[in-house]
Design a protein around this ligand. Structure first.
Ligand code: ADP
Ligand code: MG
Length: 222
């Protein structure tokens, strides 16, 4: 987490330095200063720019994995969320436990109270459905728990562990089958495809995830 905060701060710093350098260089060039002073300024600017680029390179090399991981590998990632009803009902721990016990790796976790705009953007593919306004209102009615989970086939397995969209059609043993009854109170969300996972993880985790090594992975994967 801290690495990502400092990465974001680093980016902002780098961007500001780059902007400052361009402004400084442009101003220097346009000014009526002697050419000696101007070229001196440009040299300083070039050194700062090189430093900024070097910082960028270092940041890039730290972030080998995009937030959406590598679909089709053991580093596939998905976006799972515990919706306001799941949070209200005290199911955060139970839901996280299921994925942990299965062997999956939690690489991103935070509580967010979505705005209506965030809810609309998250469910943009459903905007023509008659239930869309109610869905947006409910999704933004309280905090949700945003998670990024990693592991083999996690996108499909995550959906299976959630159960069917309709809780009454969900098998016992699934989250929705165990904890919910009504369609509009089905507790959890999960990306339904690699494309959706990429879109949703970029949206909910713009700061990135945590590329940590799980030491027991040799007991999970053969
Ligand atoms: N016909 C409906 N009436 C009311 N709410 C619905 C309906 N269909 C879906 N929803 C709600 O909208 C959410 C998003 O729908 P959808 O993406 O189709 O399902 P899922 O959450 O399984 O991916 C559902 O989880 C459910 O809470
Ligand atoms: Mg969906």
């Amino acid at each position: 987490m801290f690495r990502h905060f400092s990465t974001v701060a680093g980016r902002i710093r780098t961007a500001s330095v780059s902007r400052a350098v361009s402004t400084f260089a442009a101003r220097s060039t346009a000014s009526t200063m002697s050419s000696k002073i101007a070229s001196g300024s440009l040299m300083v600017a070039a050194v700062i720019q090189a430093f900024a680029l070097n910082s960028e390179t270092m940041l890039t090399s730290c972030e080998s994995l995009p937030v959406y991981g590598k679909p089709g590998t053991n580093q596939e990632r998905t976006f799972l969320a515990i919706k306001p009803d799941g949070v209200q009902r005290g199911l955060i721990g139970d839901i996280i436990t299921r994925f942990e016990k299965r062997g999956y790796k939690l690489v991103g976790l935070k509580m967010v109270w979505p705005t209506e705009e965030m809810a609309k953007s998250h469910y943009a593919d459903l905007k023509k459905k008659p239930f869309f306004p109610g869905l947006v209102k409910f999704f933004s009615s309280g905090p949700i728990v945003c998670m990024c989970w990693e592991g083999k086939d996690i996108i499909k397995q995550g959906r299976q562990m959630l159960g069917e969209t309709q809780p009454l059609a969900s098998k016992p043993g699934s989250i929705r089958g165990d904890f919910s009854i009504d369609l509009g109170r089905n507790i959890c969300h999960g990306s339904d495809s690699p494309e959706a996972a990429e879109h949703e993880l970029k949206m909910w985790f713009p700061e990135g995830a945590n590329d940590w090594t799980k030491t027991v992975d040799s007991s999970v994967y053969e």
